[in-house]
Design a protein around this ligand. Sequence first.
Ligand code: DC
Length: 258
Amino acid sequence: MLYNKGIGTLEETVLLKPDLTGDKPPGEKREKILTIAIDGPAGAGKSTISMIISKALNIIYLDTGAMYRAVALKMISKGIDLDDRAGVISALEFTDIQIKYDDDVQRLLLDGEDVTSWLRAPKISEAASKVAEIPEVRIKLVDIQRQIASENSLIMDGRDIGTYVLPDAPLKFFLTASLEERAERRWKETDTKDIDQDYDSIKRSIMERDYNDENRSFSPLKKSEDATLIDTTGKSIEEVSSIILEYIHRYLERRRGD
Ligand code: DC
């Protein structure tokens, strides 16, 4: 299966590092799966933090935003107007999205082709937010996300992971940060030679995406009631990841004790 992690077998990917598993007898595979949901708006730090946590725990990091971005890329490359829902839905039927891991790094295969490096362009960010409004798109991608989560310990980030994709996840976090700080983080990530990407246009684009993500009718961006809220404004990556790791370790302690 494509979403096996690197060269390891599926069996191995299910396991956490032995010191975390609590040594349940063989056959109790589900018991050993650790599922962590991270949601929040663009620029809140989800992907950086999720990457760090996945490395610390030796579990998969599934970036679900990349899947919406891939659908957007497909529609753009086929010249389909994103406001033409029927057109998007019919192209969706012929769209194959697969996830694989190469040295623990997620790669996205769109119709068999690795498109990972195309997905972060600003045009794709805006288009992804539009295709993400379409329930048929979400249903197709959520199926894949749940399938991967049913077989692997993982940290999954997105907008609706705690509320809709994995409502039973035992660990849920909702990351936020001020709009200014989120825009500044994205601005620092961009190539400063790109004149279209000044701070103000990044801020505007984030505001628009926040609005779309929070106001769509089908599974909008929303904090799940049982998620831990972490405001990352003014906090370093190290601070945020150690807060989250502390929660995870406490949960694993409790689970070991059960
Ligand atoms: O996290 P990101 O910026 O890569 O996500 C791109 C877009 O996809 C974002 O505007 C919202 C949408 N998205 C979503 O609706 N649900 C998810 N689980 C992940 C992303």
